[in-house]
Design a protein around this ligand. Structure first.
Ligand code: C5P
Length: 225
């Protein structure tokens, strides 16, 4: 099968609080984006790679990643993925992998790809949730000065999975998932679910964590040092 990998890297990374957009922040001597693309290549899955970056950084990204197709993204993640999809040529299997998960080990790429090749239309890597989860709302009993919230429910975590990327799709499934505007969707599998496509979960890996906050960046820098 011809495999395409779309790497959405067009987010601003406000929650990270760095000067550059998240994918262009340094992680042990190269950018998060370069490390992520090395991870994709290092996974050994002969694939066509399309990287999606903020429009003003297309030139810079092309210099950083010679030989990789770089296209400008959109205002929402799903728009960026669609821009990548348009540049994906005739791939019959497409993996979408967030730049913000640069330490994802090769085994995760292979498990996801193998599951698509085995016949699943959509595949995500997932891990059991370790924390106890509570649903919250605003407090009825307001105590002046604190920002506390009220617990309304403890959620059963047993049937829940924390889902990461790469997310793998047949070309047809990803096109159907993105046929409508994805709006604020945080992942592609969510769009596939909405179309009634069954999404399979394979084991993820803790190293596939997403760099979102300054804390995550500290952990990632320690891991690569
Ligand atoms: O914000 P978050 O970390 O969930 O974003 C996930 C991924 O989607 C990141 O790699 C980010 O660069 C990408 N993204 C994008 N275009 C946007 C917003 C996010 O490519 N407009």
């Amino acid at each position: 099968a011809r495999v395409g990998v779309i790497v959405p890297a067009a987010g601003s990374g406000v929650r990270l609080g760095e000067d550059s957009p998240k994918a262009f922040v340094d992680l042990g001597g190269s950018t998060i984006l370069e490390r992520c693309v090395s991870g994709v290549v290092g996974a050994g899955i002969d694939a066509f790679v399309v990287v999606v970056v903020p429009a003003e950084l297309v030139g810079h990204a092309r210099e950083l990643l010679p030989g990789v197709t770089v296209v400008p993204g959109g205002a929402h993640r799903s728009e960026s993925v669609r821009a990548g999809l348009d540049a994906c040529g005739d791939a019959d299997v497409i993996l979408v992998h967030d730049a913000a998960r640069p330490l994802t080990p090769p085994g995760v790429f292979r498990r996801v790809l193998d599951a698509v090749l085995a016949g699943h239309e959509a595949v995500v890597p997932g891990l059991p949730v370790v924390d106890t989860l509570k649903r919250v709302d605003t407090l009825k009993r307001v105590v002046p000065g604190d920002g506390a919230e009220a617990v309304t429910e403890t959620v059963d975590r047993e049937p829940l999975r924390a889902v990461a990327t790469p997310q793998g799709f047949t070309r047809d499934a990803l096109l159907r998932a993105h046929a409508d505007d994805g709006g604020l969707a945080t992942d592609d599998a969510g769009l596939a679910e909405r179309c009634g496509i069954e999404v399979a979960v394979v084991p993820g890996d803790a190293l596939g964590f997403k760099i979102t906050t300054p804390w995550d960046l500290r952990i990632a820098r320690m891991l690569v040092s």
